[in-house]
Structure formats: structure tokens, C-alpha cells
Design a protein around this ligand. Sequence first.
Ligand SMILES: Nc1nc2c(ncn2[C@@H]2O[C@H](COP(=O)(O)OP(=O)(O)O)[C@@H](O)[C@H]2O)c(=O)[nH]1
Ligand SMILES: [Mg+2]
Length: 329
Amino acid sequence: MSFFKKLKEKFTQSTDNVTEKFRDGLTKTRENFSSKVNDLVSRYRKVDEEFFEELEEILIGADVGFDTVMELVDELKTEVKRRNIQETSELQSVISEKLVEIYQGDEGDNSELNIQENDLTVILFVGVNGVGKTTTIGKMAHLFKSEGKNVVLAAGDTFRAGAIEQLEVWGERVGVPVVKQAEGSDPAAVMYDAIQSARAKKADILICDTAGRLQNKVNLMKELEKVKRVIEREIPNAPHEVLLVLDATTGQNAMVQAKTFKEATNVSGIVLTKLDGTAKGGIVLAIRNELKIPVKYIGLGEKMDDLQPFDAEKYVYGLFSTLVDNSEE
Ligand SMILES: Nc1nc2c(ncn2[C@@H]2O[C@H](COP(=O)(O)OP(=O)(O)O)[C@@H](O)[C@H]2O)c(=O)[nH]1
Ligand SMILES: [Mg+2]
């Protein structure tokens, strides 16, 4: 059975609404990407060099990233030779298979968070303004809470007007306490307070918001270093996760931000938000393949339950679920 048929079987029968979330959230990308692939396949019946050139353009247009596209197309060409594939219609399943392979590499999805079993876990969120840090923190608090975990939030964005209130609104909505100080105070001091408070409450998870100003790398590095130093002084090995939030709708700009933050601090994973708002959801692959940082969570909407752990198979199924698959059984 073809890879895509297997995916389809696995996910059309699944009753969880997670697969549905992936499918709904990726609608724009699917409509842009799959319809172009379908069109390409109907125009070129036979696999040839021009077919691959057009395929490259489609993939680059979906923000898959130049290097990743080249790698993918090379592998497709190898598969075409190996399996002696002649018809383009047979290639669709191979494309979906290679996309999953490229994402997973040797390590698999790697979306699991480093959660301490019987101790406080500290998760630090970083990223520029407007990417969705505060919103994602709210959604993640909701996820943890629904798993029965005790969560505390730290209002570490003391810089932006309204940022503390925004986190408080999420705290109320989700039903978790928010530790804050006055606007303009030292974020490191907020972190210190938050750790004491989380300990007193015997919390499982402390999620820390930070300011997103990024005038220059030196400032960013200094501020993040200070925040991390304070956290680490209180809890060795913390923060257990440093999650960089990137806005999928910003395309190559998100890649540039990722490089800057990667140089400034130890990023352990990426949260890619607003995938629902872009037709270029291929950026997931570029991030993983070019930055070597796992995409741990994705944002598929603005609602509380629109945050999902990343899953390469569900993602690829979400991209291709309407694809016409003519491959042999
Ligand atoms: N459509 C969509 N909007 C999102 C998502 N995540 C965040 N947003 C929106 O992005 C905007 C900025 O989010 P915010 O959390 O304030 O960003 P921050 O400055 O990084 O803290 C808000 O309007 C959010 O509702 C997502 O996954 N999908
Ligand atoms: Mg914010």
C-alpha cells in the first residue's frame, strides 16, 4: 500500500479531533499547495525534468525553503529511479512520504517537552513582539491544566503597555494564577517572585512570558541572560525549556529571527503560531531542516484549544488530505 494511503487510513478513521484541527488549521496551505500539485500532475503525465522544476517552484512558494526543496527534489529523483516511476500520479504519495522523512530525520518528531516528574518545571518563552507568545502561554496553560497539572504564569513582559493585563486575562480564562509586578520593573525580579510563588503553591509548571523588543542582539542577549541566570540560581537545570515563538505568516523573516535568537540563547524548541493564517505552511520543514531546532507546538487558531504538539504525519496528512491519490495499492 502506498505511504499516503496508509496515512489516509490511519487518520480518516481516527476519532480524535486533533487530526481535524490539523486539517482545518492547514486549510489555506492545503488549498494553495495541494491544488497546485494536483494541477501539475494533471498537466505532466510523465515524470521529467520540467515537472521537477515546476514542483520546486511550488514548494519554494509554500515557504519550504530553498535548501530543503533541493534536498527533497534530489531524494524524489532518486526514488523515481529506484522504483522506476514513470507516471507523475505515482509520485504524490512519494512526496508525502519524503516530507515526513525530511521532517523526522533520525530523531522522530521530538515534540515532547522536558517536564520534570516530581519537581517544578520552568518554561521560558522568547520571541519578538506580536508573534503570539502571550496567547500561546495561555493556550499551553490550558493544556497542562486539562492534564491535571498545577500551573503558574509569570508576567515577565514588563516593557510593553498592556502586556501584564493581557496575561492576567488569560490567567482568569484558564483559571491559573499570574505573578506580576508593576509595568517597567525588572523582569528578572518577576521571575524570582514567580519561582517562590510557584514553590509555595507546589506548582508543577511555571510558564514565563518575556518582552519581545529586539532593537539589537546585545540587549536581547543581556536581558535573556539575566532572566535565565536568576531562574538557574533558584533551580539548577532550569529553565527546562526555552521556547522560541515564531509567526508562520512572516515567512523568511521568521527564519531570520530564529537565527538571531539561536545565537543569543539556547533555544530548545519552537512554537510556530498562526499556521491557520498562512498559505505557506511549508515553513515548518524549513525551520526543522535548516535550523535543526524541533517545532514542538503549532498554533492553529486564536482559541484556547488551538495549540497542538507538532506531529509530522498529521501535518503532512493535513496538507494532502484532499489530494487525488492514483498510486497503486
Ligand atoms: N490566527 C491565529 N492568531 C494567533 C495565533 N497565536 C496568536 N495569535 C494572535 O496574534 C496576536 C499577537 O499575539 P500575542 O500573544 O499578543 O503576541 P506576543 O506579543 O508575542 O505576546 C493576537 O491577536 C493573537 O490572538 C494563532 O495560532 N493563530
Ligand atoms: Mg505578549
